[in-house]
Design a protein around this ligand. Structure first.
Ligand code: MCN
Length: 805
């Protein structure tokens, strides 16, 4: 008997392969076996943060044995005129008055250390790297602009034609926040900084390209979050039709946002060289290149003014912030727009003004990194809530509760306009219930007694709480193709890619439920444009909502067809049929049945002779020419295809609480307990969602306590290796993260799902700053944490400063 798999903790099918080292990543792709060996590429990257390129001399490289080609900007037009144009600005916005994107290879100037200048293709990577070191470039040095303060001071400009280094200035107003704050009984101001950081997938970027001159077709394997995005960009840039480009994304060892940028320069240069040389070409990013030439995020300076009443109710909130978007803006304003529109979380300030400037700096570009602007916004909002509670001497949870949007107020319009120009409307949620759950889970009400008890032993412990709301499952669309084979097994293709989220498992669960087949009989294919040509990609916690819904709808269509053909074969009424474990039978009469494999055979115009005994297709014939192969009005083949396009984003939410201990002498910070309550609507697979939350929390711990991009004044990244950029090890992440779920279904999609993939990382900076401050309050001085991440040495310095005050 088939039981419903939606909502069950089904083991991940992909893990057997991964755990045994059988994952197949781009670097493992074996192309052209028996033909020429693959050529390898290396990139000359700028050693300077800001300089004019006066001359590039490649004469020492071309005649080196084993070197096949060297490309600089001047060679790009020989591929196609478009190749010599700047890379696409992927998400334009009217407020981005001064958008700039880089060239695949730097044209006249370089704007960050790591920017690609020349591309060398050789027999192996060693030769290619050696050749790179022989290229001579004459630079005229320009003053670099490093960090938000320098960008704002604008004594030097990143781009000569961008005044004040301001790419965009954007303001939104709901009501009149300045006036409401002026009239409010109480007012506070806060200055809060989040430093620039970046995600570190285990697998860096990588691309392999093969040009088949016989059929004028390009095959590209790339480690991306959007195969179709890369395909479109490569086709346009190389002057090809979409139909001439296949992009295949094998296993991806993590993306976290950085692989959503399409195309990276190397994703164009590799196929360009492959076509020109008639050889397969490969580029694999090394770790240092990941640090200095992929993407960063998070860097933001924020000023908040708030007015509130005696209960802590928000009367007006005025937020101004400065976003460091690096040297170019391929992703437009998406990160600061998300901060500004989703900062409000579960609260409803009656008046809200937000204004930001997006600033150019001579540092690596920014693309959305897991959470995408929300961690900064959550940090601003939640620290404001903590400050209000402290000012009024009230419980921090209580102050939050008086400001919550109530369950009967959904759909709730925050009055904010999102990137797409539409109003941002929360679809569902229950924040009061969630607060009660998190308080229970972390032991909020019991904590003061515990804190006192610990203090008596000379130990400093503190507790923090942070809430967030997150728009997930954004459009425009995603599609799915469900095909039932003659063996009865089911193949499902969806165009988005997968980077470790367990899509092969969850999508199989949905198909098994809808079609009534065994879970193990479903195989999921993602990220292959040969199987699904139109798709968007995996980002913004959208796969469950978007592909999940499309798969559900496509499976429904396939099922309709199964029932039609089976009804005809069994001479029964469709309404009387059921499908259990891949067998269609008449309800109450299990002997009258046909299995899905046979139904698939019947749907095929080239009819197989189906051997009942062996259950195998033996021979085939053209069938009865007078009879349609399947039920009237249907296409042949047992399959269903559908696309899903939502009305708007669905809003997931969550609350995190952490208990930390700070060492009074060394300022070491230890996590004693971490608790999460999360609402992503109906859960497809709670175990996978919990895994996503665990991963997010670990990443958030990194962001809150360890990870930052340390640039010096000249724009050199000082910690571009894992020796210096500290990520949390398993020893820094607590063993147990307590998780509880709340399921308020989304009314916007057929399964009531909301996204979950980014949630774990969003409140980290806020919740740790709150807990550490709370612990430090026990020492006589007290201190305010205004910049994240915070390391023990910074905590130590803050303590000293507090003593001196
Ligand atoms: N899920 C579920 N029930 C729900 C919601 C989600 O079972 N109600 C499951 C989904 O089916 C999926 C997983 O949870 O298996 C995450 O779903 P979703 O929220 O739709 O997020 P995506 O699958 O679109 O993944 C993108 C998201 C983002 S934006 C980043 S960044 C991120 C993340 O996922 N990068 C990751 N998680 C990651 N996990 C890994 N291992 N590697 C990355 O690069």
């Amino acid at each position: 008997m088939t039981t419903k798999l939606m909502g069950q903790k089904v083991q991940r099918v992909e893990d057997q392969r991964f755990l045994r080292g059988h994952g197949r990543y781009v670097d493992d792709v074996a192309v052209d076996p028996g033909q020429h060996t693959v050529l390898h590429a290396a990139v000359l990257r700028s050693p300077h943060a800001h300089a004019r390129i006066l001359d590039i001399d490649v004469s020492d490289v071309l005649d080196v044995e084993g070197v096949h080609a060297v490309y600089t900007y001047d060679d790009l037009a020989s591929c196609s005129p478009q190749m010599a144009e700047p890379l696409p600005l992927l998400i334009p916005h009217p407020a981005l008055t001064h958008g700039r994107t880089q060239y695949a290879l730097a044209k006249d100037e370089v704007n960050y250390v790591g920017e690609a200048i020349a591309f060398v293709v050789a027999d192996d990577r060693y030769l290619a790297e050696d050749a790179v070191s022989r290229i001579r470039v004459d630079y005229e040095f320009l003053t670099p602009v490093v960090g938000i303060d320098a960008a704002r001071a604008a004594t030097s400009l990143v781009h000569e034609d961008v005044p004040g280094n301001v790419g965009a200035r954007m303001e939104q107003n709901v009501g009149d926040a300045p006036a409401a704050i002026a009239k409010a009984p109480h007012r506070l101001e806060l200055d809060l900084t989040v430093e620039r950081s970046a995600c570190m997938p285990m697998e860096g970027r990588g691309t392999v390209a093969r040009w088949d001159a016989d059929i004028n077709r390009l095959q590209l394997w790339t480690s991306t979050q959007s195969s179709t995005g890369v395909r479109a960009a490569v086709a346009v840039k190389m002057g090809l039709d979409l139909g001439q480009v296949d992009v295949i994304t094998p296993d991806v060892g993590g993306g976290f946002g950085v692989k959503i940028n399409h195309p990276w320069p190397e994703e164009l240069l590799v196929p360009m060289a492959a076509r020109a040389l008639g050889r397969t070409v490969k580029f694999t990013e090394d770790r240092r290149e990941h640090f200095i030439s992929s993407a960063h995020e998070r860097g933001q300076v924020q000023h908040i003014e708030v007015g509130f009443d005696d209960d802590g109710r928000l009367l007006g909130l005025d937020v101004e912030f400065w976003h460091d978007h690096g040297a170019y803006t391929p992703y437009g304003l998406i990160v600061p727009i998300i901060t500004s529109t989703q900062l409000l979380g579960p609260y409803k300030p009656q008046n809200y003004r937000v204004v930001f400037e997006s600033l150019y700096t001579n540092t690596v570009i920014v693309t959305p990194y897991r959470g995408a602007g929300r961690p900064q916004g959550c940090y601003a909002m939640e620290r404001t809530m903590d400050a209000i509670a402290q000012y009024l001497g009230k419980d921090r949870a209580e102050v939050r509760a008086v400001n919550f949007i109530q369950p009967d107020e959904f759909p709730f319009d925050q009055g904010m306009i999102f990137q797409d120009g539409r109003e941002l409307e929360y679809d569902s949620g229950d924040y009061p219930a969630m607060l009660e759950k998190i308080k229970d889970l972390v032991g909020w009400d019991e904590f003061p007694a515990f804190q006192q008890e610990m203090a008596e032993q000379g130990r400093q412990v503190g507790i923090g709480l942070a809430c967030y709301v997150e728009g997930t499952g954004v459009g425009p669309y995603e599609g799915a193709h469900v095909h039932i084979e003659t063996s009865g097994k089911v193949k499902v293709a969806t165009g988005l890619t997968t980077q470790g989220q367990g899509h092969a498992t969850v999508f199989a669960q949905l198909v098994a439920d809808e079609l009534g087949v065994k879970f193990e009989d479903v195989e999921v294919v993602t990220g292959d444009t040969r199987r699904m040509a139109y798709a968007v990609g995996t980002f913004a916690s959208r796969a469950a909502v978007m592909s999940g819904s499309a798969i559900h709808l496509a499976a429904k269509r396939a099922k309709e067809k199964v029932l039609k053909i089976a009804a005809e074969a069994l001479e029964a009424d469709e309404k009387d049929l059921e499908i259990v474990d891949g067998v269609v039978s008449v309800k109450g009469s299990p002997g009258t049945s046909i299995d899905l494999g046979t139904v698939s055979v019947l749907s095929n115009p080239l009819r197989y002779a189906f051997d009942e005994k062996s259950k195998a297709a033996t021979q085939f014939s053209i069938g009865d020419p007078g009879k349609p192969p399947v039920a009237e009005d249907d296409e042949p083949g047992l399959e269903g295809k559908d696309f899903y396009s939502p009305e708007r984003a669905t809003f997931a939410s969550g609350m995190h609480a952490v208990i930390v201990e700070t060492d009074p002498d060394t300022a070491e910070i230890t996590i004693l307990k971490y608790a999460v309550v999360h609402d992503c609507g109906h859960l497809i697979n709670p175990m996978i969602v919990e895994g996503q939350i665990h991963g997010g929390v670990a990443q958030g711990i990194g962001g809150a306590l360890y990870e930052r991009m340390a640039y010096d004044e000249s724009g050199q990244l000082l910690n571009a290796s894992f020796m210096d950029f500290l990520m949390p090890y398993v020893t820094e992440v607590p063993d147990g993260i307590d998780i509880d779920h709340l399921e308020t279904p989304s009314p916007l999609n057929p399964l009531g799902i909301k996204g979950a993939g980014e949630a774990g990382v969003i409140p980290s900076a806020a919740v740790f700053a709150a807990a550490i401050e709370d612990a430090e309050r026990l020492s006589s001085t007290g201190l305010a944490i205004t910049a994240m991440p915070i390391s023990p040495s910074e905590l130590f310095t803050l303590r000293q400063a507090a003593v001196e005050e």
